[in-house]
Design a protein around this ligand. Structure first.
Ligand SMILES: [Zn+2]
Ligand SMILES: [Zn+2]
Ligand SMILES: [Zn+2]
Ligand SMILES: [Zn+2]
Ligand SMILES: [Zn+2]
Ligand SMILES: [Zn+2]
Ligand SMILES: [Zn+2]
Ligand SMILES: [Zn+2]
Length: 306
């Protein structure tokens, strides 16, 4: 048993992963499924950590920031100033974050990194460009100067990126943190990320949103090609939000709800049935709740005026 500074009131025990018992469990730090050999399990409540995530340091120096960053293991309860958002990949997250504590440093937009961006080493090889190593580029690309094109999403990079040491290849943090394998529908064989195919004559369809899928872009598939899914349908904007997390958003209480495959609600704003694994329930000031909001945009548009 260990006592961990992130969960001080209970002891954690190191356990072996069991497919039947543990497949629904998510790590509190990175919000990804456990699925690893050894993980920490709270002996009294539903609190789980990957072994890697439990061993993260309290403080570290990171290439992207001048000041030391300190781990914050607590979910955000009031969402303002983008404080759910990672400064590198721009995904919102309920998980641990590394934050700058220097007073006066980026007060409007605090610098913070989520665990999946922290785990990208300063020099590493990405499977989409296995021939050369990449490094963390220190140049910041703003809207006026996004000449660098990400080879994942094929868009101009906003913010920081990862650059090949030997050629022009560049990739944004959002694309670099899409996992190369992902579990889907309780299948024990994970889907793998395909980095685009050329010369395909067949039409591919996404199994989740049922729209056409461009095979020259990244997508998830299995070896037999029976399943093809847009990577953003399986690993989307809100993949690091944890179901059950509640927070205040412009004075409204918002709860993250997991989207069961049988009962996907229709979003009250855009009227789509979201394929995402999560949606948001908004508790209105008059006591009513609006269910099924698919995004922060739809929360704002559909339930109250900004
Ligand atoms: Zn983790
Ligand atoms: Zn506990
Ligand atoms: Zn990130
Ligand atoms: Zn700072
Ligand atoms: Zn990208
Ligand atoms: Zn290269
Ligand atoms: Zn799709
Ligand atoms: Zn919507």
């Amino acid at each position: 048993l260990i006592e961990h500074f992130c969960h001080q009131h209970h002891y954690l025990s190191l356990e072996k992963y069991d497919v039947i018992r543990d497949s629904e469990k998510k790590c509190e730090a990175c919000i990804l499924p456990i699925r690893s050999h050894d993980f920490y399990n709270c002996i009294e409540c539903d609190y789980f950590l990957h072994e890697v995530c439990a061993n993260l340091p309290r403080k570290l120096d990171h290439a992207l920031h001048n000041h030391p960053l300190f781990i914050d293991p607590y979910p955000v309860y009031v969402y303002k100033n983008d404080d759910l958002k990672c400064s590198a990949c721009f995904r919102v997250s309920s998980g641990f974050k590394y934050k700058c504590r220097e007073s006066g440093c980026n007060d409007d937009e605090p610098f913070q990194l989520d665990i999946n961006c922290i785990l990208i080493p300063e020099c590493f090889t990405h499977q989409s460009h296995a021939e050369h190593p990449l490094f963390i580029s220190l140049s910041y690309n703003n809207n006026n100067n996004n000449k660098i094109i990400c080879q994942g999403c094929k868009m101009g990079v906003r913010g920081y990126h990862l650059q090949c040491t030997l050629c022009e290849f560049a990739i944004c943090y959002k694309c670099a943190t899409i996992p190369n394998e992902i579990c889907y529908n309780f299948d024990e064989h994970p889907l793998s990320l395909c980095y685009g195919e050329s010369g395909v004559d067949d039409t591919y369809w996404c199994e989740l949103c049922e729209k056409i899928l461009d095979p020259t872009e990244w997508f998830y598939t299995n070896r037999e090609r029976c399943t093809t899914i847009h990577h953003e349908c399986l690993f989307g904007e809100y993949v690091y939000m944890k179901s059950g997390h509640t927070f205040n958003y412009y004075h409204h209480k918002v709860e993250v709800i997991s989207n069961g495959s049988s009962s996907r609600p229709i979003c009250p704003n855009c009227h789509r049935r979201s394929p995402a694994p999560l949606y948001f329930k908004v508790y209105m000031l008059d006591g009513y709740a609006t269910d099924g909001c698919c995004s922060f945009y739809c929360i704002r548009q559909g339930t109250f005026d900004m």
